[in-house]
Design a protein around this ligand. Structure first.
Ligand SMILES: Cc1ncc(C[n+]2csc(CCOP(=O)(O)OP(=O)(O)O)c2C)c(N)n1
Length: 960
């Protein structure tokens, strides 16, 4: 077989693969190939094996031409077919702007030294699959294959690790399972839909020229694609579709997918005529300042008529069964992704039984629409995609759509990403990718159907890269030709997808020549009517808006007190595990210490108080979800919520086995991410308002990696979008000489964001206070939902002065201010009150110098926000001869609570009382990296606080 020389590297590999298949089962290859292999001798196989190990190189046509053979042609045709199946996307016609695809030698017949004439002589079976069906030769089959894999739709599946899924995907494409042949009426409906999308944008452009609307035009087909998801969801019995998307096309999605009335959108535009961002009135008191219209969310329960409009037949459309929700989001691109996944996860879980929540992934599906520039550029995208297969964070398969208009504001892909496709990042997460040309509505709907079916079958993430263009500038006030002149020259004369589709339907005789224009006129008329209606009335204020209370209450509900017997029972149950279960003996001993702390002498530490709080909350029917890095054990080895059997490694979670518990307890070690995890937990808490959701930072300062979630969702979501969350942040905080980055949880960040009753910020100085604040949070989930920010301790976790007693847990309640219990009888003698919080308070209380400082009282501010004005006044009034109040903090002056406390204390203190401040000097870094400097600073703080006159900072030999 001379012609074997023509096979190099991969080509020879194919021969072997086929030959091996043949040896295994002769029937597994087609008849022609089988006939050839039947004549092969073993030495020919060896020759091929030798060739398979040599590098691939171009095959000389001469050489090939001089040694044509049936085998060579079969192998070449098979290899070409394989090339098209696996690399077709590189040659696909994906760009409505008609750029050349990247191309690849694997797609070219000449790479395999075969021509059309040779292919035409071969049977179609050599190409195989669905492409071969109905073809009369291999050339026709190859052409059919090209249309399938390199047409206006193409696929990347090789990154999918599961062979079952890969085969499913290949079959779905090969057998064209999701390419529906639409009948005439379905095509008309689709044209009607595309007309709505386009006319809506055109109308806004006409009436409000230059106003930002972030038009969808160029990727209009996104709306019918979302219809496809909604239709699929109804058919699959999904209860909720949760959508996250940025500005692009949002108004269109609001109008047509969320069914927000045209009139409501138009009146928002009219209002914005005056001044963007100014709310209807500025007197909203406790928390409603609004957001621009393209950030707002919406909810909609689909009606029967709407189901029919998107093509569902009456018997399919189960009216009222599906809620579609668009999450509100800030300008900050892509951050909503994690929030939406968290919402979907919450929607899938039932939490009214002990143990982990029960999950039904069919109940809610997340759909996230990305920008092409943002998808590649923003790290939150990768962090969120990493969640999909994690026990605690999987959202049951997110459907991703890249609304790929090939520009990011003015930046072109070659400046915006290092990879060829906008979607390439997803491949690292084993997510199948479908690329599709946005000017081909049939292909776009096929892509969406396939994506939905994959999600529905496997409950894993899937991505559609919808390649289109942007008809206008980034926003409508922009001139795109400043920066992309040639692109926009092309776009100017490029027909819209509606026009393209209308022409196609006219040619097919499905619509008459004037009908498409008639559709335009009708929808224009509808919009015109909506405009008149909107002009005649502005939004009325709701009573909540009008009275400015917006969910604000002057006090919070106080949780029910628990008897000591009840708490003892919980304690006992938490220290019980199955007889055959054996945790680490040292840990078992450590935990059993918790049995000895219930007497009057106390000793209940942080971990124990926390566990008792959770037990009591679960017994009251409130579910709990706690996550964070290493939170199961606790970074400081203090929680041990999950025990591990020393033989099997199996986990046991006592809080899931409490006999009294009547709600779920979920606890997860999170991946090493702050922003995605915190966003996820925020979303979860929004969607599961009855659940106490807690996120714990490893050290408090790492929370600034998630600053976007804190600023734009937690702190202001309620004021902008009326989005309620009761998410709790546990932020380890305190100066213990560990250097700049493990000391401060940057309390100042939370305090500067505190306003309009947006959340609660506490720094508890003992375990009892922590227990009570958790219980207070749980008791107010419905009545006054607000996030809770807790500075949590490290060394105080086990400090005797920070421990509590059973009686305190049973009889006490959370105190925003703790007076000095030892100063009561010396009240007349007190000249100075030291105000402080958290760990420094314990340092002061524990100091030797305290005995000498007889005229000093140490008062702890346990709650910063809401500012405990009345409590502070009451406590200070107990010291009638007070001369000065010193605010003491470990943080530098420009950090910590000082800048928050100073004006508030000044306003509260009588003029004759001096306000002092004791803190480290202003610094750029929260703490020193030198332990001796740390210690001398700390000594200076304690020493200065516990004497009557505050010395200038200078206690350190290192100086300022
Ligand atoms: C985190 C963040 N950085 C910067 C911006 C400013 N910005 C708004 S839109 C935009 C371009 C986005 O491009 P792309 O993701 O492709 O979406 P498109 O607007 O093209 O639909 C930029 C840079 C932003 N909104 N968010």
């Amino acid at each position: 077989m001379d012609n074997l020389q023509t096979f190099h590297g991969p080509n020879a590999g194919y021969v072997l693969e086929l030959y091996e298949k043949y040896l295994d089962d002769p029937a597994s290859v087609d008849a022609v190939t089988r006939a050839v292999f039947e004549q092969w001798a073993p030495e020919q196989t060896r020759a091929i094996e030798a060739q398979a190990s040599t590098p691939a190189g171009p095959v000389s046509t001469d050489r090939y031409g001089s040694t044509p053979s049936q085998v060579a042609d079969i192998i070449a045709a098979t290899a070409l077919a394989h090339g098209i199946r696996s690399r077709g996307h590189l040659g696909a016609n994906l760009d409505p702007l008609e750029s050349e695809p990247l191309g690849d030698p694997a797609l070219l017949p000449e790479t395999y030294a075969i021509g059309d004439a040779d292919l035409a002589k071969l049977p179609p079976d050599v190409v195989g699959g669905h492409a071969a069906e109905g073809a009369s030769n291999a050339l026709e089959a190859i052409n059919a294959l090209r249309a399938m894999y390199s047409g206006s739709i193409s696929y990347e599946f090789d990154q999918v690790k599961s062979p079952v899924e890969r085969n499913w995907l290949r079959d779905a494409v090969g057998l064209q399972l999701y390419r529906e042949r639409l009948n005439g009426s379905a095509k008309r409906k689709l044209l009607q839909r595309l007309t709505r999308v386009e006319v809506f944008e055109r109308f806004l452009q006409q009436i409000f020229p230059g106003q930002k609307r972030f038009s969808l035009e160029g990727i209009d087909v996104l709306v019918p694609m979302l219809d496809e998801v909604v239709g699929g969801a109804i058919e699959s019995g999904v209860e909720e579709v949760l959508i996250g998307m940025a500005h692009r096309g949002r108004l269109n999605v609001l109008a047509h997918v969320l069914q927000k009335p045209y009139g409501a959108i138009l009146s928002e535009f009219m209002h914005m005529k005056h001044e963007e961002g100014v709310p209807l009135t500025d007197s909203f008191g406790f928390g409603w300042t609004g957001d621009v219209k393209y950030h707002l969310g919406a909810e909609h329960v689909l009606s029967q008529d709407e189901a029919e409009e998107i093509g569902l037949t009456p018997d399919e459309g189960v009216a009222g069964s599906l809620k579609v929700e668009l999450a509100p989001n800030p300008s900050h691109l892509e951050f909503v992704n994690a929030v939406v996944d968290g919402m979907a996860r919450a929607g899938q879980e039932t939490r009214d039984q002990p143990g982990f929540p029960r999950r039904d992934v069919e109940r809610a599906i997340p759909v996230v629409i990305h920008g092409d520039a943002a998808f590649s550029g923003e790290g939150i995208v990768a962090e969120t995609m990493n969640l999909w297969n994690l026990r605690g964070y999987g959202a049951g398969g997110t459907i991703h759509i890249i609304a790929n208009n090939q520009l990011g504001f003015t930046t072109e892909p070659q400046d915006g990403r290092s990879t060829h496709f906008a979607s390439d990042l997803a491949k690292g997460f084993e997510i199948p990718v479908i690329h599709v040309n946005a000017d081909d509505p049939d292909a776009a709907l096929t892509a969406m159907r396939l994506a939905f079916a994959y999600q529905d079958n496997f409950h894993k993430d899937v991505l559609v890269d919808l390649v289109g263009y942007r008809r206008w500038g980034h926003n409508e006030g922009d001139e795109p030709a400043f920066t992309q002149p040639t692109m926009y020259e092309f776009i100017r004369t490029h027909p819209t997808v509606r026009e393209i589709y209308a022409r196609q339907l006219e040619q097919e005789g499905i619509v008459a020549s004037q009908e498409a224009e008639q559709m335009v006129a009708e929808i224009m008329g509808e919009l015109e009517q909506a405009r008149h209606a909107a002009e005649s009335g502005l939004h009325p204020l709701t009573p909540e808006e009008a009275n400015g209370q917006n969910g604000h209450h002057d006090g919070l509900l106080v949780p029910r007190a628990l008897s000591t017997e009840q708490l003892r029972r919980y304690n006992e149950e938490l220290l019980t595990w199955p007889r055959e279960f054996s945790p680490h003996p040292k840990l078992a001993r450590l935990l059993q210490r918790r049995a000895s702390t219930l007497g009057p002498e106390g000793g209940i530490d942080w971990g124990q108080a926390e566990a008792l709080a959770y037990a009591s909350i679960l017994a009251e029917g409130t579910p709990i979800r706690l996550s964070g890095q290493d939170s199961e054990r606790g970074t400081f080895s203090h929680r041990h919520a999950v025990l591990h059997d020393q033989r099997s490694g199996e986990g046991y979670i006592p809080l899931q086995h409490l006999p009294e518990a009547c709600a779920s307890f979920a606890i997860y070690n999170s991946p090493l991410s702050e922003v995605a995890v915190l966003g996820f937990e925020y979303g979860y808490s929004v969607q599961a308002p009855e659940t106490l959701v807690l996120w714990e930072a490893q050290f408090g300062d790492f929370a600034n990696v998630a600053q976007v979630m804190i600023d734009l969702f937690m702190a202001s979501g309620r004021a902008k979008w009326r989005q309620d969350s009761s998410l709790v942040l546990l932020l380890p905080h305190g100066y213990e000489g560990q250097g700049p980055d493990h000391s401060s949880a940057r309390l100042e960040r939370y305090l500067e964001l505190s306003a309009q009753d947006n959340w609660r910020v506490v720094n508890c100085s003992n375990a009892g206070q922590f227990y009570h604040v958790l219980r207070r949070q749980a008791a107010n989930l419905k009545y006054a939902p607000r996030p809770l920010i807790v500075m949590t301790p490290k060394s105080l976790l086990r400090h005797p002065l920070a421990s509590t007693t059973l009686r305190e847990l049973s009889e006490g309640s959370f105190q925003p201010v703790l007076d000095d219990s030892q100063a009561g009888e010396r009240a007349e003698a007190i000249r100075r009150v030291v105000l402080c919080s958290g760990k420094v308070a314990i340092d002061l209380l524990a100091s030797e110098r305290r005995r000498l400082a007889e005229d000093v009282a140490i008062v702890r501010v346990e709650e910063y926000y809401p500012f405990p004005e009345a409590e502070l006044k009451r406590v200070l009034a107990g010291y009638p001869r007070l001369k000065e109040v010193a605010w003491v903090q470990e943080e530098p002056q420009n950090m910590g609570a000082w800048t928050y406390m100073a004006p508030r204390l000044s306003a509260l203190l009588e003029a004759k009382i001096k306000l002092q401040m004791i803190a480290r000097p202003e610094r750029t870094s929260p703490a020193t990296g030198f332990s001796d400097l740390y210690q001398s600073e700390q000594d200076w703080i304690i020493e200065s606080a516990l004497q009557s006159t505050v010395k200038e900072y200078g206690g350190s030999k290192h100086g300022r």
